[in-house]
Design a protein around this ligand. Structure first.
Ligand code: SF4
Length: 70
């Protein structure tokens, strides 16, 4: 399931866009709240969640995958 961005917390820094290895936020511009362009490409690597300086991203981990997350 794709990431959810809290638009009230996001400052548009673009770190999540840069760090995502699967280009889930493809085409998003710095200074704007990123768009989840390719939600099906999200492999739940959690990089965007860890790198977001505003704690604005939540990742919904599918139940079968939760066993590998702490
Ligand atoms: S890393 Fe966080 S604050 Fe920066 S653009 Fe992404 S969601 Fe917004």
């Amino acid at each position: 399931m794709p990431p959810i961005i809290d638009e009230d917390k996001c400052n548009g820094c673009g770190k999540c866009v840069e760090i995502c290895p699967n280009d889930v936020f493809f085409g998003s511009q710095r200074g704007e709240v990123p768009k989840v362009t390719y939600p099906d490409q999200c492999w739940h690597e959690n990089a965007c969640v860890h790198d977001c300086p505003k704690e604005a991203i939540k990742l919904r981990i599918p139940l079968p995958m939760m066993i590998i997350y702490k």
